[in-house]
Design a protein around this ligand. Structure first.
Ligand code: URA
Length: 293
């Protein structure tokens, strides 16, 4: 009997891994999970919006002195595969970089060059935005999935196709076409392994860039799809089932107040098609708000 060539054995092992669903790179180097300790909840740096305290001040505050935020008190989703803990310095670096960008183009290069997010080494692409700059409508999603990571653009998979149809239903499109313009981005710029929910720490690190993106894009109306963008922009929000359909006001650090509507995420609507009627009601609200803007 002839022995299999080593390459063929390796290929067979990889095929077997892929068949078992192990098709994600989750780190730059191998790790022996059997030696991992349970790290407990992630102690994320505070999500910082307007006028954030310098990281050293935050670090020195006692728990009772810190700004209260229900979302922050909930333990972050912790999987055994959590990336290394982010630091306040990563948030501070993101703030400094984002604050120094005066255009979307400059901001894109700053995000591309930023190495402070622990998701970056496991992602193929940095996924930032798509659509028309200066559009009156901006959609903020959660994080890139598999297709977005492969292609490098937000919302290009099945959920993205549904999002495009939802926007078209109110006469908007991210493409150069006859419709009104739309602009699309996410709360996180790198794919979380296995499409898990981003941790609060990962959201906090990307947030300064997201806030600057909104500030520079200057939309008239924001749609926040799902829990992640809603909780990234607003303190003390309930889950999306209760938050959806209720207008909130996002104020940029330049003082622009932008009406923001939390809605169900299109990926959720693909799984729960009956909820599309609520999404439709929300879209009609968005259309009305854009008319008045
Ligand atoms: N889901 C998101 O929230 N964003 C994407 O870009 C793709 C899927």
């Amino acid at each position: 009997m002839t022995e299999a060539h080593p390459d063929e054995a390796l290929r067979a092992t990889l095929r077997w891994y892929a068949d078992m669903g192990l098709d994600d790179v989750i780190g730059a180097s191998p790790s022996d999970f059997s030696t991992w300790q349970n790290r407990g909840p992630v102690s994320a740096p505070q999500m910082q919006r307007k006028a954030p305290a310098p990281p050293s001040t935050m670090t020195n505050m006692s728990a009772t002195q810190r700004p209260s935020n229900n979302a922050r008190q909930t333990p972050a989703p912790v999987s055994g595969l959590d990336a290394p803990l982010p630091t306040d310095e990563a948030v501070a670096r993101a703030q400094a970089l984002a604050g120094g960008c005066e255009s979307l183009a400059a901001l894109r290069s700053a995000i591309q060059g930023f190495d402070g997010c622990p998701l970056k080494p496991g992602a193929r692409n940095t996924v930032i935005d798509d659509g028309i700059e200066g559009a009156p409508l901006m959609v903020l999603g959660e994080a890139p999935g598999r297709d977005e990571d492969r292609i490098g653009k937000p919302f290009v998979g099945r959920a993205g196709q549904l999002l495009d149809r939802m926007l078209a239903a109110i006469g908007h499109s991210r493409f150069e076409d006859e419709m009104e313009a739309a602009y699309i981005s996410n709360s996180i710029f790198w794919r979380p392994p296995g499409n898990r929910t981003p941790t609060r720490a990962e959201v906090a690190i990307c947030l300064p860039f997201v806030l600057r993106l909104i500030e520079l894009a200057q939309p008239k109306v924001l749609i926040l799809v799902g829990n992640t963008p809603t909780q990234a922009l607003f303190d003390s929000v309930p889950g999306i089932t209760r938050a959806r359909g209720l207008w909130r006001a996002h104020e940029t650090s330049a003082g622009q107040v932008i009406p923001a509507l939390p809605m169900f995420h299109p990926a959720f609507l693909l799984r729960q098609p009956l909820q599309k009627r609520l999404a439709w009601a929300d879209l009609i609200e968005v259309r009305k708000k854009l008319k008045d803007a």
